[in-house]
Design a protein around this ligand. Structure first.
Ligand SMILES: NCc1[nH]cc(CCC(=O)O)c1CC(=O)O
Length: 336
């Protein structure tokens, strides 16, 4: 077979094999996450490579609340819209709730355990930390819920990548930190978790532990390649949690927690069926008050369930609680 014939065969084949370009931030966590998407695409026979993109959140020090909306995601979305990459992989909770109509989240891969994790000195759990212990976390949601526990902990600001954060416990600068368990899991550091915080004490950030695999809305070819990576249960949970957040008109720096989970129920005839349980909370920043609400229903009604829980929180006075604390929803962004 001549070279010409070989190349003619390739051109005639359905869907010529271009290498898919996957945009990601450059941190170990981000490249590990995006690497799982690349590996899944390659395993399915679609060549793919990572393209590192630096975001404002990577280069700007200081509290993320002050830097602006979408600090970890705006440049990735720009690269996607410009056609510099075909796919962007984000930590879902870093995405603003506003969805650009030119982009679609084509897949939510199976979610990691969404809980927050305590990484404390000497293997301590939360209840063993003496009053006055220095606990690092910048997310208002975590600060508020920790304060509400009434343990007398000293809450300290915390930013930087996961290793930097853990380093503050190792050096003795802090007694403990609270970070997403999913981040530790993805980079193989679960051994450092001294307690996974139960959602009754600490509801995670909406969509924590989930990835968003985003494509251009006008690129059906890439969307079709990415769709098989979607996990229906994870996707439904994230839709519920984010519609809750959107209905509250709050961003990821608001003291709002949400967790949706598929649970098994039994009907009158003894048949097992699946439902989506949605829990949400809105807290005063100082932890003086935490409002809670929940709903259960068919997973197909994820968006509606999330909104219903949000409306119940609003009826209970969530807006006043958050606005009184100086949280301006329009400025809210992700540092959770
Ligand atoms: N912007 C911070 C951020 N974005 C995603 C994660 C962890 C992984 C996840 O929740 O999916 C983290 C770190 C943290 O909250 O401790």
């Amino acid at each position: 077979m001549s070279t010409e014939a070989a190349s003619a065969t390739r051109i005639d084949a359905p869907g010529p094999r271009r290498t898919l370009r996957i945009g990601t931030r450059g941190s170990v966590l981000a490249t590990t996450q995006a690497g799982t998407v690349r590996d899944a695409l390659v395993a399915a026979g679609h060549p793919a490579e990572l393209v590192i993109i630096t975001t404002k959140g990577d280069v700007t020090p200081g509290p993320v609340q002050r830097i602006g909306v979408g600090v970890f995601t705006a440049e990735l979305r720009e690269a996607l819209l410009n056609g510099d990459v075909d796919i962007a992989v984000h930590s879902y909770k870093d995405l603003p709730t506003f969805q650009d109509p030119r982009l679609v989240v084509a897949a939510v891969p199976p979610r990691e355990d969404p809980r927050d994790a305590l990484v404390a000195r000497d293997g301590l759990v939360l209840g063993e930390l003496p009053p006055g212990s220095k606990v690092g976390t910048s997310a208002p949601r975590r600060r508020a819920q920790l304060a509400a526990l009434g343990l007398g902990l000293g809450l300290e600001p915390l930013r930087g990548n996961i290793d930097t954060r853990i380093g503050k416990v190792d050096s003795g600068e802090l007694d403990a930190i609270v970070i997403a368990r999913a981040g530790l899991s993805r980079i193989g550091r679960l051994d450092r978790v001294t307690e996974a915080l139960e959602p009754v004490q600490m509801l995670p950030a909406p969509s924590q532990g989930a990835l968003a695999v985003e494509c251009r809305a006008d690129d059906p070819e890439t969307i079709a390649l990415v769709t098989p990576l979607d996990d229906t249960a994870s996707h439904a949970a994230v839709i519920a949690e984010r519609s809750l957040l959107a209905e509250l008109e709050a961003g990821c720096t608001a003291p709002v927690g949400a967790l949706a989970e598929i649970v098994s129920s039994i009907d009158d005839d003894g048949r097992v069926f699946e439902e989506l349980s949605v829990r949400g909370c809105a807290a005063a920043l100082d932890g003086s008050d935490v409002l809670r609400a929940s709903a259960v229903g068919a997973p197909e009604r994820a968006e509606e369930l999330g909104r219903a829980v949000a409306r119940e929180l609003l009826d209970l006075g969530a807006k006043g609680l958050m606005v009184a604390d100086g949280i301006v929803p329009e400025q809210a962004t992700a540092d959770d």
